[in-house]
Design a protein around this ligand. Structure first.
Ligand code: FES
Ligand SMILES: [Fe+2]
Length: 411
């Protein structure tokens, strides 16, 4: 419904910004402007979506030894991911329990015994417990002032965190990941490269763009050369069947499970996986379709396919037999998002000997730079008061499902 129809129907626009935005949503059409520009809706998303769901924070090879840590920021909250003395991975809120300073100001490193707040030197253990606080009055109870923790689970090497008090279940996701990341040996992988792309756009525009390949033909000449996913699905049935048969011949069983978005079982985090063929003769996501790195997991040979999988709202992954990618969409403000991309290779592969880092990262660097550009153009157009949502094409049905799911969850 637009301003003109409201006027002609004589109905007054709802007062509440959310009710007003919701009244303008049209099934099968892109979302109205408010969803990408209004801080109130961003705040509603933070409370109703982000605190409830799980988000991939990285890969456990980023914290191999006790004391290894990195910090990550999600929706304005800084979290320390650290390998504890118990060798488990913990997620600690980076807010001092004294007067609230950031405790850890480094992006990554090795904390010998724990973390010392730079303000008044309260000292915390690797599990967040408060070890020492000088000159506090009698009766001060240290055990009440540990760093707050958020839920943290490692599945197939992937670190997931949730800010919820009672987060969604992860059983369905664990099963999906065992049949995708697990088959590709991601628990034994290492991060070969990390790249961060600041995107001046609302986080939904970045994820919506990731979920469709209608734009791949016009925007990603490099990707479209060898990835048949860039074409309408109806053209790929034979090629996709060939890749599934080839994987079976290799004794590799990758499960395709669609429990993404509204398909997720009640109370469970959403997750889905999907196989797709590369063009005949190509085997990996490289400049020429050729191999890039040592084979991973159960693969003794290439199957000519790629597996896409997703968890929740912000975490997307893709796996080739010789390398993998983690895509993290990190909402910052209503109009800024960080897109972090991590490249995975086999745990014992050596840069320069077993793979060339430049060749390994080439395709998804050019693709991410192009995506950043088109997502920002999208936001710039939506900022205009003349923007009116248009209808989705048949190649944007996953984006449509994502958007329907987000609106349903916010409602
Ligand atoms: S704010 Fe951290 S010790 Fe005072
Ligand atoms: Fe893209």
């Amino acid at each position: 419904m637009n301003a003109r129809t409201l006027k002609s129907s004589g109905a007054a626009p709802p007062e509440d910004p959310w009710a007003r935005a919701l009244a303008r949503v049209r099934p099968g059409f892109a979302l109205p402007r408010e969803f990408y520009c209004e801080p109130e809706i961003f705040e509603r998303e933070r409370r109703r979506l982000f605190e409830r769901h799980w988000h991939c924070a990285g890969h456990h090879s980023q914290v191999p030894e006790t004391g290894d840590f990195f910090t990550t920021e999600l929706f304005g909250e800084s979290v320390i991911i650290v390998r504890g003395a118990d060798h488990h991975v913990h997620a600690l809120l980076n807010v001092c329990r004294h007067r609230g300073s950031r405790v850890c100001t480094q992006r990554a490193g090795r904390a010998r015994g724990g973390f010392i707040c730079p303000y008044h030197a309260w000292s915390y253990g690797l599990d967040g417990s408060l070890r020492a606080a000088a000159r506090m009055p009698k009766g001060f109870e240290r055990s009440h002032y540990g760093l707050r923790r958020v839920h943290c689970r490692v599945l197939e090497g992937l670190i997931f965190i949730s800010f919820a008090e009672h987060p969604l279940g992860l059983d369905a996701v664990a099963e999906m990941l065992a049949g995708s990341a697990g088959v590709y040996g991601w628990a034994d992988a290492q991060v070969a490269h990390r790249e961060s792309y600041p995107v001046n756009a609302n986080w939904k525009l970045a994820v919506e763009n990731y979920m469709e390949c209608y734009h791949c033909g016009p925007a990603h000449e490099e990707y479209s050369r060898f990835h048949l996913y860039a074409r309408p699905a109806a053209l790929n049935r034979e090629a996709d069947a060939r890749v599934r048969a080839r994987a079976r011949e290799l004794g590799v069983e990758i499960r395709e499970i669609n429990r993404y978005g509204a398909n997720a079982p009640a109370g469970q985090e959403s997750g889905g996986s999907l196989r797709s063929a590369l063009a005949e003769g190509s085997v990996s996501g490289s400049e020429n379709g050729g191999p890039l790195a040592p084979l991973m997991g159960q693969f003794k040979d290439y199957d000519g396919g790629v597996t896409f999988f997703d968890v929740g709202l912000t975490s997307d992954f893709l796996a080739y037999p010789d390398h993998g990618l983690i895509y993290r969409f990190i909402p910052r403000t209503v109009s800024s998002t960080e897109m972090e991309v991590l490249w995975l290779v086999r745990g014992n592969a050596r840069a320069g000997t077993d793979y060339d880092p430049e060749l390994l990262t080439w395709l998804w660097k050019v693709t991410s730079v192009a995506d950043k550009r088109i997502i920002e153009h999208n936001q710039q157009g939506i900022n205009s008061h003349y923007y009116q949502p248009g209808p989705y094409s048949e190649m944007e049905q996953d984006t449509r499902r994502l958007v329907d799911w987000i609106v349903a969850e916010l409602t």
